[in-house]
Design a protein around this ligand. Structure first.
Ligand SMILES: C[S@@+](CC[C@H](N)C(=O)[O-])C[C@H]1O[C@@H](n2cnc3c(N)ncnc32)[C@H](O)[C@@H]1O
Length: 326
């Protein structure tokens, strides 16, 4: 049985039903040919998570409006709580969060709530909307979108560990309107079906940012809203940094436009009402090493003598949030 049957059943009766023309074949191919070497092991870890159904006294109150939180400390006895913690740590590195699961604070590398706080007041009300988040990581923002009233939320991200982290959280927050699929944007057909499309922290990983913008547009209904967040540099509308082999130790960074260049690209791709709603230099309290990652973090990516530069000498990470209509 496909792990995505639930999703197929859901979309069969909603406005995404045309996705069924291509999606099942794609995900079957993925499941048969592309599973990560640790996938079976991860699957067993998921199955070993404490069961909420078997503990009738467990409080399953969910708060997605102010954070991503389910239940309280004390819902599970101390043995089960320790098991929960040990099993969740098998999914390290936990990059995006934080999550609060029955009193377990998964203090992720990133305070993804800071990014949400920077954009929440600027986007159209998500109530009743179909929402897509492209490159959603473990899905932290998917839960916040649902908490902000979205009717149906889909995330896509090709990194399989992040799907596992999402499934681990969904094991406890059993909301059938929130889904994550292991796909890259290049695998999406032109759905033209979402009221809001988010894509945050992905554009600079794409070798062809203009194609990427057209792919984002192709997911939106006419007039729908794009919320795009990406790394930027200072400069005029002709300024774009294409770093050398690495930027902040990342190998896969391609285009860092200025605010004005990014706006010009969006307009050139046919978006209207293009605006920048926030810019922010990534601070050391937003991305930092915690016990939920074993790798390096922002502090190690910056010049130790001058935090305004990356270790390679480029401008330190500065991000902007753009909003536009299809
Ligand atoms: C910097 S993270 C951003 C996560 C999240 N959107 C956020 O803003 O916190 C970039 C994400 O893009 C994902 N990604 C990489 N290639 C992708 C692709 N081709 N299509 C969609 N997502 C991709 C990665 O797996 C990763 O989770």
């Amino acid at each position: 049985m496909s792990p995505f049957n639930n999703f197929y059943q859901k979309i069969a009766t909603n406005r995404l039903s045309h996705w069924l023309n291509t999606l099942p074949a794609q995900l079957t191919h993925w499941h048969e040919n592309n599973l990560h070497g640790d996938y079976k092991h991860w699957q067993k870890t998921l199955e070993a998570l404490p069961s909420v159904a078997a503990n009738s006294n467990v409080n399953s109150n969910v708060d997605l409006a102010d954070n991503v939180k389910v239940g309280e400390l004390g819902d599970f006895n101390s043995g089960e709580f320790k098991r929960l913690e040990n099993l969740m740590k098998k999914f390290k590195p936990w990059r995006k969060g934080p999550y609060h699961i029955h009193g377990l604070h998964i203090d992720t590398e990133w305070r993804s709530d800071f990014k949400w706080d920077r954009l929440a007041d600027h986007i159209s009300d998500l109530s009743g909307r179909y929402v897509l988040d492209i490159g959603c990581g473990s899905g932290y923002h998917l839960w916040r979108m649902r908490g902000a009233g979205a009717k149906f939320v889909v995330g896509v991200d090709p990194t399989q560990l992040f799907l596992m982290q999402f499934n681990a959280v969904k094991h406890f927050i059993q909301d059938e309107q929130v889904h994550l699929l292991p796909l890259g944007i290049e695998q999406l057909p032109e759905l033209k079906a979402f009221d809001t499309v988010f894509s945050m922290g992905v554009l600079y990983h794409r070798k062809s940012p203009i194609d990427f913008l057209y792919q984002l547009k192709a997911q939106l209904v006419k007039g729908g809203e794009l919320v795009l967040e990406t790394l930027i540099v200072d400069g005029d509308e002709n300024t774009v940094l294409v770093p050398g082999e690495r930027y902040a130790k990342m190998r896969n960074v391609w285009f860092l436009p200025s605010e004005k260049a990014m706006c010009a690209w969006l307009e050139r791709c046919g978006f209207s009402n293009v605006r920048v709603v926030n810019t922010d230099i990534t601070a050391l309290d937003e991305q930092r090493k915690t016990e939920w990652i074993d790798t390096e973090s922002l502090q190690d990516f910056l010049d130790p003598n001058d935090n305004s530069k990356t270790i390679e000498g480029y401008p330190a990470p500065k991000r902007a949030i753009f909003i536009a209509n299809a």
